[in-house]
Design a protein around this ligand. Structure first.
Ligand SMILES: [Zn+2]
Length: 193
């Protein structure tokens, strides 16, 4: 793969539009990008440990699920809260707000080994936790340097959406699982429909 931005979501806008045509409900997406930490404001301390990383059994549960599904360990990551506006600013898309209303829920930052979650997500809901699952898959991929072997960035997204869908299905959210499955399929096509 030639790109220097292995965890960018270059097809977010197209895939969201396509998915919405097939599935008449709105959703939020997970995105992963490489950015400078300076872009991040200090997140609120919602269940955060002194170093600012969120602590909670729901994080351990998500890690355990990803490891069980993929058969690979999840590297150590710091999960932080950030405002939805901040998470959106992390996305290196020309104008992400134009097409999906700024609805980016999460991002993985390989440079810092951090996952940022929009702080309006309720971690008590499986849908919110599924965004963490998605980003944990990206953390695994980066650790394994999967971007060097992927045929396109979307191939990495495809896996992340697939595991996210499996998590949602395991929680009984069949409709949401279907939507993310479609997103994963579109991403894995590497631009060829
Ligand atoms: Zn992603």
């Amino acid at each position: 793969m030639k790109t220097g931005l292995p965890f960018l979501h270059p097809h977010c806008r197209e895939c969201i539009s396509e998915a919405r045509r097939k599935h008449a409900r709105t959703t939020r997406i997970s995105c992963a990008v490489i950015v400078a930490y300076a872009l991040l404001g200090r997140p609120p301390a919602l269940g955060a440990s002194p170093d600012g990383c969120i602590a909670g059994h729901w994080i351990a549960e998500a890690v355990s699920f990803v490891e069980g599904e993929t058969g690979r360990p999840v590297p150590r990551v710091c999960v932080r809260w950030a405002s939805p506006e901040t998470v959106n600013r992390l996305i290196l898309s020309p104008a992400p707000n134009e097409t999906h209303g700024g609805a980016v829920a999460a991002a993985y930052l390989p440079v810092n080994g951090e996952i940022v979650l929009a702080n309006d997500l309720d971690p008590g809901t499986p849908l919110a936790r599924s965004y963490l699952v998605h980003e944990l898959v990206h953390a695994q991929q980066f650790e394994a340097r999967a971007y060097e072997r992927a045929s396109c960035p979307g191939a990495l997204e495809g896996e992340a959406y697939e595991v996210q869908a499996r998590y949602l299905r395991a929680k009984g959210l069949e409709d949401d699982a279907f939507l993310f499955e479609v997103l994963g399929m579109l991403q894995r096509a590497c631009g060829s429909s």
